[in-house]
Design a protein around this ligand. Structure first.
Ligand SMILES: *[C@@H]1O[C@H](CO)[C@@H](O)[C@H](O)[C@H]1NC(C)=O
Ligand SMILES: *[C@@H]1O[C@H](CO)[C@@H](O)[C@H](O)[C@H]1NC(C)=O
Ligand SMILES: *[C@@H]1O[C@H](CO)[C@@H](O)[C@H](O)[C@H]1NC(C)=O
Ligand SMILES: *[C@@H]1O[C@H](CO)[C@@H](O)[C@H](O)[C@H]1NC(C)=O
Ligand SMILES: *[C@@H]1O[C@H](CO)[C@@H](O)[C@H](O)[C@H]1NC(C)=O
Length: 454
Protein backbone atom coordinates (compact mmCIF):
# COMPACT_ATOMS: atom_id res chain seq x y z
CA UNK A 1 0.00 0.00 0.00
CA UNK A 2 2.74 2.45 0.89
CA UNK A 3 5.10 3.07 -1.89
CA UNK A 4 8.35 4.96 -1.99
CA UNK A 5 9.02 7.28 -4.86
CA UNK A 6 11.57 7.35 -7.57
CA UNK A 7 14.57 9.56 -6.97
CA UNK A 8 13.21 11.99 -9.48
CA UNK A 9 10.17 12.67 -7.40
CA UNK A 10 12.13 12.77 -4.18
CA UNK A 11 14.22 15.52 -5.68
CA UNK A 12 11.19 17.41 -6.84
CA UNK A 13 9.48 17.22 -3.52
CA UNK A 14 12.51 17.91 -1.42
CA UNK A 15 12.55 21.41 -2.89
CA UNK A 16 9.26 21.80 -1.14
CA UNK A 17 10.19 20.45 2.21
CA UNK A 18 12.62 23.16 3.25
CA UNK A 19 9.76 25.55 3.83
CA UNK A 20 7.47 23.04 5.50
CA UNK A 21 7.41 22.73 9.22
CA UNK A 22 3.98 21.60 10.25
CA UNK A 23 2.52 18.51 8.68
CA UNK A 24 -0.96 17.56 9.74
CA UNK A 25 -1.68 13.87 9.49
CA UNK A 26 -4.61 14.65 7.23
CA UNK A 27 -2.12 14.98 4.40
CA UNK A 28 -0.79 11.51 3.78
CA UNK A 29 2.65 12.55 2.63
CA UNK A 30 5.50 10.87 4.43
CA UNK A 31 8.52 13.01 5.07
CA UNK A 32 11.89 11.90 6.36
CA UNK A 33 14.60 14.50 6.74
CA UNK A 34 15.55 15.67 3.26
CA UNK A 35 14.23 12.59 1.54
CA UNK A 36 10.62 12.94 0.78
CA UNK A 37 9.18 9.55 0.18
CA UNK A 38 6.81 11.17 -2.20
CA UNK A 39 3.72 9.79 -1.73
CA UNK A 40 0.85 8.57 -3.68
CA UNK A 41 0.51 6.82 -0.37
CA UNK A 42 -3.01 5.78 0.30
CA UNK A 43 -5.79 3.94 -1.45
CA UNK A 44 -6.60 4.11 -5.15
CA UNK A 45 -8.52 0.93 -5.85
CA UNK A 46 -11.57 0.77 -3.59
CA UNK A 47 -14.14 3.07 -1.96
CA UNK A 48 -13.75 1.11 1.29
CA UNK A 49 -10.54 2.02 3.10
CA UNK A 50 -9.14 -1.29 4.43
CA UNK A 51 -9.75 -1.58 8.17
CA UNK A 52 -6.05 -2.06 8.95
CA UNK A 53 -5.43 1.54 7.85
CA UNK A 54 -6.33 4.66 9.83
CA UNK A 55 -9.90 5.78 9.02
CA UNK A 56 -8.68 9.08 7.60
CA UNK A 57 -6.10 7.59 5.24
CA UNK A 58 -6.04 9.40 1.90
CA UNK A 59 -8.42 7.44 -0.31
CA UNK A 60 -8.65 8.82 -3.83
CA UNK A 61 -11.74 6.72 -4.62
CA UNK A 62 -13.74 7.95 -1.65
CA UNK A 63 -12.31 10.56 0.67
CA UNK A 64 -12.73 10.37 4.42
CA UNK A 65 -15.37 12.84 5.68
CA UNK A 66 -17.01 13.89 8.94
CA UNK A 67 -18.79 10.99 10.63
CA UNK A 68 -20.22 10.37 14.08
CA UNK A 69 -17.59 7.83 15.07
CA UNK A 70 -14.63 10.19 14.65
CA UNK A 71 -16.18 13.60 15.13
CA UNK A 72 -15.39 15.65 18.19
CA UNK A 73 -16.84 19.01 19.17
CA UNK A 74 -14.47 21.89 19.99
CA UNK A 75 -13.05 21.87 23.52
CA UNK A 76 -15.08 24.88 24.57
CA UNK A 77 -17.78 23.89 27.02
CA UNK A 78 -20.49 26.36 26.09
CA UNK A 79 -19.81 26.34 22.32
CA UNK A 80 -22.92 25.91 20.21
CA UNK A 81 -22.99 25.27 16.48
CA UNK A 82 -24.91 28.05 14.75
CA UNK A 83 -24.07 27.93 11.02
CA UNK A 84 -22.60 25.56 8.49
CA UNK A 85 -21.17 25.70 4.95
CA UNK A 86 -19.83 22.61 3.21
CA UNK A 87 -18.15 22.06 -0.13
CA UNK A 88 -17.47 18.60 -1.53
CA UNK A 89 -16.25 17.04 -4.75
CA UNK A 90 -18.62 14.64 -6.49
CA UNK A 91 -18.04 10.90 -6.03
CA UNK A 92 -16.59 8.33 -8.40
CA UNK A 93 -17.35 8.29 -12.10
CA UNK A 94 -16.27 6.83 -15.41
CA UNK A 95 -13.18 8.36 -17.07
CA UNK A 96 -13.57 11.95 -18.20
CA UNK A 97 -10.84 11.53 -20.80
CA UNK A 98 -10.69 9.03 -23.63
CA UNK A 99 -7.66 7.52 -25.35
CA UNK A 100 -7.67 7.95 -29.14
CA UNK A 101 -8.37 4.21 -29.45
CA UNK A 102 -10.32 3.86 -26.24
CA UNK A 103 -12.21 0.68 -27.09
CA UNK A 104 -9.31 -1.74 -27.13
CA UNK A 105 -7.91 -0.35 -23.88
CA UNK A 106 -10.74 -1.76 -21.78
CA UNK A 107 -10.60 -5.43 -20.85
CA UNK A 108 -14.15 -5.23 -19.55
CA UNK A 109 -17.09 -3.05 -20.59
CA UNK A 110 -18.37 -0.13 -18.48
CA UNK A 111 -21.78 -1.11 -17.15
CA UNK A 112 -24.25 1.58 -16.10
CA UNK A 113 -27.47 -0.43 -16.44
CA UNK A 114 -27.77 -0.29 -12.64
CA UNK A 115 -28.26 3.48 -12.67
CA UNK A 116 -31.16 5.06 -14.55
CA UNK A 117 -30.42 8.53 -15.85
CA UNK A 118 -33.49 10.66 -15.21
CA UNK A 119 -33.96 13.98 -16.93
CA UNK A 120 -37.35 15.45 -17.59
CA UNK A 121 -39.40 18.63 -17.67
CA UNK A 122 -41.40 18.82 -14.48
CA UNK A 123 -43.93 19.10 -13.14
CA UNK A 124 -46.51 17.63 -15.44
CA UNK A 125 -44.17 15.65 -17.66
CA UNK A 126 -43.32 11.98 -17.80
CA UNK A 127 -40.26 11.04 -15.77
CA UNK A 128 -38.11 9.86 -18.65
CA UNK A 129 -34.66 8.41 -18.15
CA UNK A 130 -32.09 7.53 -20.75
CA UNK A 131 -30.04 4.41 -21.27
CA UNK A 132 -26.72 4.79 -23.04
CA UNK A 133 -26.35 2.48 -26.01
CA UNK A 134 -23.04 1.81 -27.72
CA UNK A 135 -23.92 -0.21 -30.81
CA UNK A 136 -21.34 -2.72 -32.02
CA UNK A 137 -21.86 -1.46 -35.59
CA UNK A 138 -21.18 2.17 -34.70
CA UNK A 139 -18.48 3.41 -37.11
CA UNK A 140 -16.76 5.25 -34.24
CA UNK A 141 -16.83 2.32 -31.81
CA UNK A 142 -13.02 2.29 -31.62
CA UNK A 143 -13.12 5.67 -29.82
CA UNK A 144 -15.31 4.60 -26.90
CA UNK A 145 -15.47 1.62 -24.56
CA UNK A 146 -18.09 -1.09 -24.83
CA UNK A 147 -20.98 -1.10 -22.42
CA UNK A 148 -23.66 1.32 -21.27
CA UNK A 149 -21.81 4.29 -19.76
CA UNK A 150 -21.07 7.75 -21.04
CA UNK A 151 -17.77 9.46 -20.24
CA UNK A 152 -17.57 11.27 -16.89
CA UNK A 153 -20.76 9.61 -15.68
CA UNK A 154 -21.37 9.04 -11.98
CA UNK A 155 -21.54 5.28 -11.43
CA UNK A 156 -23.80 3.29 -9.13
CA UNK A 157 -20.81 2.96 -6.80
CA UNK A 158 -20.37 6.73 -6.85
CA UNK A 159 -24.03 7.26 -6.03
CA UNK A 160 -23.80 4.80 -3.14
CA UNK A 161 -20.75 6.66 -1.80
CA UNK A 162 -22.78 9.88 -1.99
CA UNK A 163 -25.63 8.30 -0.01
CA UNK A 164 -23.17 7.14 2.66
CA UNK A 165 -21.64 10.60 2.70
CA UNK A 166 -25.05 12.15 3.34
CA UNK A 167 -25.77 9.60 6.06
CA UNK A 168 -22.48 10.31 7.82
CA UNK A 169 -22.95 14.06 7.52
CA UNK A 170 -26.39 13.73 9.09
CA UNK A 171 -25.11 11.44 11.81
CA UNK A 172 -22.98 14.34 13.00
CA UNK A 173 -24.95 17.51 12.37
CA UNK A 174 -28.33 16.06 13.21
CA UNK A 175 -27.65 12.96 15.32
CA UNK A 176 -24.66 14.01 17.35
CA UNK A 177 -25.07 17.78 17.52
CA UNK A 178 -28.77 18.22 16.87
CA UNK A 179 -28.09 21.31 14.76
CA UNK A 180 -30.18 20.18 11.80
CA UNK A 181 -33.43 18.42 12.49
CA UNK A 182 -35.09 17.92 9.16
CA UNK A 183 -34.19 17.93 5.51
CA UNK A 184 -36.12 20.87 4.11
CA UNK A 185 -35.70 23.69 1.62
CA UNK A 186 -35.92 26.34 4.32
CA UNK A 187 -32.87 25.19 6.27
CA UNK A 188 -30.74 23.72 3.51
CA UNK A 189 -29.44 25.45 0.39
CA UNK A 190 -27.88 23.14 -2.16
CA UNK A 191 -25.79 24.34 -5.07
CA UNK A 192 -24.08 22.22 -7.70
CA UNK A 193 -22.29 22.74 -10.99
CA UNK A 194 -24.27 22.13 -14.18
CA UNK A 195 -22.72 18.68 -14.56
CA UNK A 196 -25.28 15.93 -14.12
CA UNK A 197 -22.96 14.04 -11.78
CA UNK A 198 -22.92 16.84 -9.20
CA UNK A 199 -26.74 16.94 -9.15
CA UNK A 200 -26.87 13.17 -8.87
CA UNK A 201 -24.50 13.36 -5.92
CA UNK A 202 -26.78 15.97 -4.34
CA UNK A 203 -29.69 13.57 -4.78
CA UNK A 204 -27.70 10.79 -3.10
CA UNK A 205 -26.66 13.04 -0.21
CA UNK A 206 -30.28 13.99 0.45
CA UNK A 207 -31.39 10.37 0.66
CA UNK A 208 -28.46 9.62 2.96
CA UNK A 209 -29.69 12.43 5.21
CA UNK A 210 -33.33 11.33 5.04
CA UNK A 211 -34.53 8.12 3.37
CA UNK A 212 -37.93 9.64 2.61
CA UNK A 213 -36.26 12.04 0.18
CA UNK A 214 -36.15 9.14 -2.30
CA UNK A 215 -39.73 9.93 -3.31
CA UNK A 216 -39.52 13.72 -3.00
CA UNK A 217 -38.27 16.65 -5.02
CA UNK A 218 -35.68 19.15 -3.84
CA UNK A 219 -34.23 22.15 -5.68
CA UNK A 220 -30.53 22.62 -6.30
CA UNK A 221 -29.25 25.98 -7.49
CA UNK A 222 -26.90 26.32 -10.47
CA UNK A 223 -25.36 29.21 -12.37
CA UNK A 224 -25.37 29.38 -16.18
CA UNK A 225 -22.52 27.22 -17.47
CA UNK A 226 -20.51 30.07 -19.12
CA UNK A 227 -20.21 31.92 -15.80
CA UNK A 228 -20.50 29.07 -13.30
CA UNK A 229 -18.10 29.85 -10.46
CA UNK A 230 -17.97 26.29 -9.14
CA UNK A 231 -15.86 24.26 -11.62
CA UNK A 232 -14.92 27.27 -12.23
CA UNK A 233 -16.04 28.01 -15.76
CA UNK A 234 -16.04 31.76 -16.28
CA UNK A 235 -13.48 33.00 -18.82
CA UNK A 236 -10.33 34.65 -17.52
CA UNK A 237 -7.60 35.40 -20.06
CA UNK A 238 -5.34 36.95 -17.47
CA UNK A 239 -5.45 33.79 -15.36
CA UNK A 240 -4.55 31.65 -18.36
CA UNK A 241 -1.57 33.90 -19.09
CA UNK A 242 -0.37 33.74 -15.51
CA UNK A 243 -0.65 29.95 -15.43
CA UNK A 244 0.98 29.50 -18.84
CA UNK A 245 3.92 31.52 -17.58
CA UNK A 246 4.51 29.42 -14.49
CA UNK A 247 4.07 26.23 -16.47
CA UNK A 248 6.88 27.36 -18.79
CA UNK A 249 9.66 27.51 -16.22
CA UNK A 250 12.05 24.81 -14.93
CA UNK A 251 10.07 24.42 -11.69
CA UNK A 252 7.41 22.87 -13.93
CA UNK A 253 9.28 21.66 -17.01
CA UNK A 254 11.87 19.71 -15.05
CA UNK A 255 9.36 17.12 -13.88
CA UNK A 256 8.21 16.52 -17.45
CA UNK A 257 11.78 16.10 -18.65
CA UNK A 258 12.79 13.91 -15.74
CA UNK A 259 9.86 11.58 -16.36
CA UNK A 260 10.15 11.55 -20.14
CA UNK A 261 10.81 7.79 -20.27
CA UNK A 262 7.53 7.11 -18.52
CA UNK A 263 5.74 9.59 -20.81
CA UNK A 264 7.15 7.89 -23.91
CA UNK A 265 6.34 4.42 -22.66
CA UNK A 266 2.74 5.37 -21.83
CA UNK A 267 2.42 7.23 -25.13
CA UNK A 268 3.40 4.19 -27.18
CA UNK A 269 1.25 1.84 -25.15
CA UNK A 270 -1.85 4.04 -25.08
CA UNK A 271 -1.56 5.89 -28.38
CA UNK A 272 -1.13 9.35 -26.89
CA UNK A 273 2.29 10.22 -28.28
CA UNK A 274 2.44 13.82 -29.46
CA UNK A 275 -0.99 14.76 -28.13
CA UNK A 276 -0.41 17.83 -25.96
CA UNK A 277 -3.48 17.18 -23.79
CA UNK A 278 -1.65 14.03 -22.62
CA UNK A 279 1.98 15.14 -22.77
CA UNK A 280 1.77 18.61 -21.19
CA UNK A 281 0.79 17.12 -17.83
CA UNK A 282 -0.24 13.79 -16.28
CA UNK A 283 -3.84 14.80 -15.56
CA UNK A 284 -5.38 12.58 -18.22
CA UNK A 285 -3.32 9.52 -17.29
CA UNK A 286 -4.24 10.11 -13.65
CA UNK A 287 -7.94 10.27 -14.54
CA UNK A 288 -7.98 7.29 -16.88
CA UNK A 289 -6.04 5.11 -14.42
CA UNK A 290 -7.87 6.04 -11.21
CA UNK A 291 -11.31 5.79 -12.81
CA UNK A 292 -10.43 2.24 -13.71
CA UNK A 293 -8.82 1.20 -10.43
CA UNK A 294 -11.54 2.82 -8.29
CA UNK A 295 -14.08 0.64 -10.12
CA UNK A 296 -12.10 -2.57 -10.00
CA UNK A 297 -11.24 -2.38 -13.69
CA UNK A 298 -7.71 -3.39 -14.66
CA UNK A 299 -5.18 -0.79 -15.76
CA UNK A 300 -5.14 -0.53 -19.58
CA UNK A 301 -3.29 -3.08 -21.71
CA UNK A 302 -2.27 -2.66 -25.32
CA UNK A 303 -3.84 -5.63 -27.09
CA UNK A 304 -1.30 -5.52 -29.94
CA UNK A 305 1.83 -5.70 -27.82
CA UNK A 306 0.29 -7.29 -24.73
CA UNK A 307 1.97 -4.62 -22.62
CA UNK A 308 0.05 -3.23 -19.65
CA UNK A 309 0.36 -0.17 -17.47
CA UNK A 310 2.00 -1.56 -14.32
CA UNK A 311 0.99 -0.80 -10.73
CA UNK A 312 4.34 0.93 -10.35
CA UNK A 313 3.71 3.13 -13.41
CA UNK A 314 0.29 4.01 -12.03
CA UNK A 315 1.71 4.89 -8.60
CA UNK A 316 4.28 7.13 -10.26
CA UNK A 317 1.52 8.85 -12.23
CA UNK A 318 -0.50 9.33 -9.02
CA UNK A 319 2.52 10.84 -7.34
CA UNK A 320 3.21 13.16 -10.26
CA UNK A 321 -0.48 14.10 -10.21
CA UNK A 322 -0.12 15.22 -6.60
CA UNK A 323 2.96 17.23 -7.51
CA UNK A 324 1.18 18.92 -10.43
CA UNK A 325 -1.93 19.81 -8.45
CA UNK A 326 0.14 21.26 -5.65
CA UNK A 327 2.33 23.19 -8.07
CA UNK A 328 -0.44 24.64 -10.23
CA UNK A 329 -2.85 25.64 -7.49
CA UNK A 330 -0.67 26.24 -4.50
CA UNK A 331 3.08 26.23 -4.76
CA UNK A 332 4.02 27.87 -8.07
CA UNK A 333 5.18 31.45 -8.08
CA UNK A 334 1.93 33.31 -8.95
CA UNK A 335 -0.31 30.33 -8.17
CA UNK A 336 -2.04 32.57 -5.64
CA UNK A 337 -2.85 35.09 -8.36
CA UNK A 338 -4.16 32.34 -10.62
CA UNK A 339 -6.26 30.94 -7.82
CA UNK A 340 -7.70 34.33 -6.88
CA UNK A 341 -8.62 35.09 -10.47
CA UNK A 342 -10.22 31.74 -11.20
CA UNK A 343 -11.92 31.18 -7.85
CA UNK A 344 -12.50 34.76 -6.71
CA UNK A 345 -16.15 34.62 -7.71
CA UNK A 346 -16.86 31.52 -5.66
CA UNK A 347 -14.87 32.87 -2.72
CA UNK A 348 -16.92 36.08 -2.91
CA UNK A 349 -20.09 34.00 -2.60
CA UNK A 350 -18.63 32.13 0.35
CA UNK A 351 -17.61 35.34 2.12
CA UNK A 352 -21.05 36.80 1.45
CA UNK A 353 -22.68 33.77 3.08
CA UNK A 354 -20.72 34.30 6.28
CA UNK A 355 -21.26 38.08 6.19
CA UNK A 356 -24.98 37.55 5.75
CA UNK A 357 -24.97 35.19 8.69
CA UNK A 358 -22.93 37.60 10.82
CA UNK A 359 -25.28 40.45 9.99
CA UNK A 360 -28.35 38.45 10.91
CA UNK A 361 -29.76 38.11 7.39
CA UNK A 362 -29.02 34.43 6.68
CA UNK A 363 -32.11 32.22 6.50
CA UNK A 364 -30.32 28.93 5.84
CA UNK A 365 -28.64 26.83 8.51
CA UNK A 366 -26.61 24.94 5.94
CA UNK A 367 -25.27 25.81 2.51
CA UNK A 368 -23.96 22.73 0.79
CA UNK A 369 -22.02 22.84 -2.49
CA UNK A 370 -21.15 19.93 -4.77
CA UNK A 371 -18.31 20.67 -7.15
CA UNK A 372 -15.22 19.22 -8.76
CA UNK A 373 -11.56 18.57 -8.01
CA UNK A 374 -10.83 21.99 -9.52
CA UNK A 375 -13.20 23.57 -7.01
CA UNK A 376 -11.72 21.74 -4.01
CA UNK A 377 -8.07 22.37 -4.81
CA UNK A 378 -8.71 26.11 -5.26
CA UNK A 379 -10.74 26.31 -2.09
CA UNK A 380 -8.23 24.54 0.15
CA UNK A 381 -5.40 26.50 -1.39
CA UNK A 382 -7.22 29.81 -0.89
CA UNK A 383 -7.76 28.98 2.79
CA UNK A 384 -4.04 28.40 3.18
CA UNK A 385 -3.97 24.63 3.64
CA UNK A 386 -0.98 24.44 1.31
CA UNK A 387 1.15 26.37 3.79
CA UNK A 388 1.23 23.43 6.19
CA UNK A 389 1.96 20.64 3.73
CA UNK A 390 1.89 20.02 -0.01
CA UNK A 391 -1.66 19.63 -1.24
CA UNK A 392 -2.72 16.38 -2.85
CA UNK A 393 -5.17 15.78 -5.66
CA UNK A 394 -8.58 16.21 -4.04
CA UNK A 395 -10.16 12.78 -3.73
CA UNK A 396 -13.59 11.86 -4.97
CA UNK A 397 -16.04 12.97 -2.29
CA UNK A 398 -13.36 15.19 -0.75
CA UNK A 399 -14.91 17.57 1.78
CA UNK A 400 -14.40 20.95 3.39
CA UNK A 401 -16.71 21.81 6.27
CA UNK A 402 -16.82 25.33 7.70
CA UNK A 403 -18.60 25.44 11.05
CA UNK A 404 -19.56 28.59 12.96
CA UNK A 405 -19.69 28.17 16.74
CA UNK A 406 -21.03 30.62 19.27
CA UNK A 407 -19.56 30.80 22.74
CA UNK A 408 -20.45 33.27 25.49
CA UNK A 409 -17.38 32.35 27.52
CA UNK A 410 -15.15 33.06 24.52
CA UNK A 411 -17.12 36.17 23.71
CA UNK A 412 -18.25 35.64 20.18
CA UNK A 413 -18.53 33.47 17.14
CA UNK A 414 -15.75 31.31 15.77
CA UNK A 415 -15.12 29.27 12.66
CA UNK A 416 -13.72 25.77 12.70
CA UNK A 417 -12.71 24.11 9.43
CA UNK A 418 -12.53 20.36 8.84
CA UNK A 419 -10.87 18.93 5.74
CA UNK A 420 -11.71 15.35 4.78
CA UNK A 421 -13.12 14.84 8.27
CA UNK A 422 -10.14 16.17 10.21
CA UNK A 423 -9.71 19.56 11.88
CA UNK A 424 -7.41 21.95 10.01
CA UNK A 425 -4.86 22.97 12.68
CA UNK A 426 -4.54 26.57 11.49
CA UNK A 427 -8.32 26.97 11.28
CA UNK A 428 -9.57 25.14 14.34
CA UNK A 429 -10.88 28.26 16.08
CA UNK A 430 -10.72 31.63 14.33
CA UNK A 431 -13.10 34.50 14.91
CA UNK A 432 -15.88 34.81 12.39
CA UNK A 433 -14.59 38.22 11.34
CA UNK A 434 -11.08 36.88 10.77
CA UNK A 435 -12.44 34.04 8.71
CA UNK A 436 -14.45 36.43 6.54
CA UNK A 437 -11.31 38.56 6.16
CA UNK A 438 -9.28 35.51 5.20
CA UNK A 439 -11.74 34.59 2.47
CA UNK A 440 -12.12 38.19 1.28
CA UNK A 441 -8.34 38.55 1.11
CA UNK A 442 -8.46 36.06 -1.79
CA UNK A 443 -11.14 37.95 -3.73
CA UNK A 444 -9.78 40.40 -6.33
CA UNK A 445 -11.28 43.90 -6.06
CA UNK A 446 -12.61 43.74 -9.62
CA UNK A 447 -12.24 40.20 -10.89
CA UNK A 448 -14.15 40.90 -14.12
CA UNK A 449 -11.86 43.78 -15.09
CA UNK A 450 -8.75 41.86 -14.07
CA UNK A 451 -9.73 38.77 -15.99
CA UNK A 452 -10.22 40.88 -19.09
CA UNK A 453 -7.07 42.92 -18.64
CA UNK A 454 -4.82 40.48 -20.50
C1 LIG B 1 -5.46 -2.48 -3.93
O1 LIG B 1 -4.10 -2.22 -4.06
C2 LIG B 1 -3.31 -2.74 -3.00
C3 LIG B 1 -1.87 -2.39 -3.27
O2 LIG B 1 -1.71 -1.04 -3.44
C4 LIG B 1 -3.48 -4.25 -2.91
O3 LIG B 1 -2.78 -4.73 -1.80
C5 LIG B 1 -4.95 -4.59 -2.77
O4 LIG B 1 -5.12 -5.99 -2.82
C6 LIG B 1 -5.75 -3.95 -3.89
N1 LIG B 1 -7.17 -4.17 -3.63
C7 LIG B 1 -8.03 -4.47 -4.58
C8 LIG B 1 -9.46 -4.56 -4.16
O5 LIG B 1 -7.67 -4.70 -5.72
C1 LIG C 1 17.44 10.57 6.04
O1 LIG C 1 16.54 9.49 6.27
C2 LIG C 1 16.91 8.32 5.62
C3 LIG C 1 15.76 7.33 5.77
O2 LIG C 1 15.25 7.35 7.06
C4 LIG C 1 18.24 7.82 6.22
O3 LIG C 1 18.62 6.63 5.58
C5 LIG C 1 19.29 8.88 5.98
O4 LIG C 1 20.50 8.51 6.62
C6 LIG C 1 18.85 10.23 6.55
N1 LIG C 1 19.78 11.25 6.14
C7 LIG C 1 20.24 12.20 6.95
C8 LIG C 1 21.17 13.17 6.34
O5 LIG C 1 19.88 12.26 8.10
C1 LIG D 1 -16.24 -4.64 -27.66
O1 LIG D 1 -17.22 -4.75 -28.67
C2 LIG D 1 -16.72 -5.21 -29.90
C3 LIG D 1 -17.87 -5.20 -30.90
O2 LIG D 1 -18.95 -5.93 -30.40
C4 LIG D 1 -16.13 -6.60 -29.74
O3 LIG D 1 -15.53 -6.99 -30.95
C5 LIG D 1 -15.07 -6.57 -28.65
O4 LIG D 1 -14.60 -7.87 -28.38
C6 LIG D 1 -15.62 -6.00 -27.38
N1 LIG D 1 -14.56 -5.87 -26.39
C7 LIG D 1 -14.73 -6.22 -25.11
C8 LIG D 1 -13.56 -6.00 -24.21
O5 LIG D 1 -15.75 -6.66 -24.66
C1 LIG E 1 5.03 35.95 -11.69
O1 LIG E 1 4.50 37.22 -11.96
C2 LIG E 1 5.47 38.25 -12.08
C3 LIG E 1 4.71 39.56 -12.26
O2 LIG E 1 3.89 39.51 -13.37
C4 LIG E 1 6.39 37.94 -13.25
O3 LIG E 1 7.38 38.92 -13.36
C5 LIG E 1 7.03 36.59 -13.01
O4 LIG E 1 7.82 36.23 -14.12
C6 LIG E 1 5.96 35.51 -12.79
N1 LIG E 1 6.60 34.24 -12.45
C7 LIG E 1 6.38 33.10 -13.12
C8 LIG E 1 7.12 31.90 -12.64
O5 LIG E 1 5.61 33.01 -14.04
C1 LIG F 1 -0.48 -0.42 -29.06
O1 LIG F 1 0.89 -0.34 -29.33
C2 LIG F 1 1.20 -0.25 -30.71
C3 LIG F 1 2.71 -0.29 -30.81
O2 LIG F 1 3.29 0.71 -30.03
C4 LIG F 1 0.60 1.02 -31.27
O3 LIG F 1 0.85 1.09 -32.65
C5 LIG F 1 -0.90 1.03 -31.02
O4 LIG F 1 -1.45 2.27 -31.44
C6 LIG F 1 -1.18 0.85 -29.55
N1 LIG F 1 -2.61 0.69 -29.31
C7 LIG F 1 -3.39 1.66 -28.86
C8 LIG F 1 -4.79 1.30 -28.58
O5 LIG F 1 -3.03 2.80 -28.67
Amino acid sequence: MFWSSTLVLSALWSAHTAAQTQRPSVIGVILTNQTLLASATGVYNTSQTPSNLPWNTYNYCNAPHVNAEHYTVPEIKDAKLVYLNTVIRHHKRTPDNLYPEENSLNAIPWDCTDFEQFSYGGPGAAQVFHNTDIPAWHPFLSTIWNGTCDEGQLTRGGLEDAVTHGKDFWSVYSGKIGFLNSVNEKDIFLRTSVETRTMQVASGLLVGMDKSMATKTFPVTTQPSPIDSIPPNYPCNKASDVRNAYQSVPAWNDHLEQNIDLQNKLGEMLGTTGLSAWTSWYDHFFDTFTSRTCHGHPLPCNTTTGECVSDQDARTVFSIGDFEYNYIWSNAENATTYNQLTFGVFLQELAMNFQLFRDGGESYKLRFYVGHDGSMIRLISALGLGAAAPLRWPSLGSELVMEVWESKSQGGRFVRVLHDGTEVPALKWVSLDSFIELVMSQVPADVFAECNSA
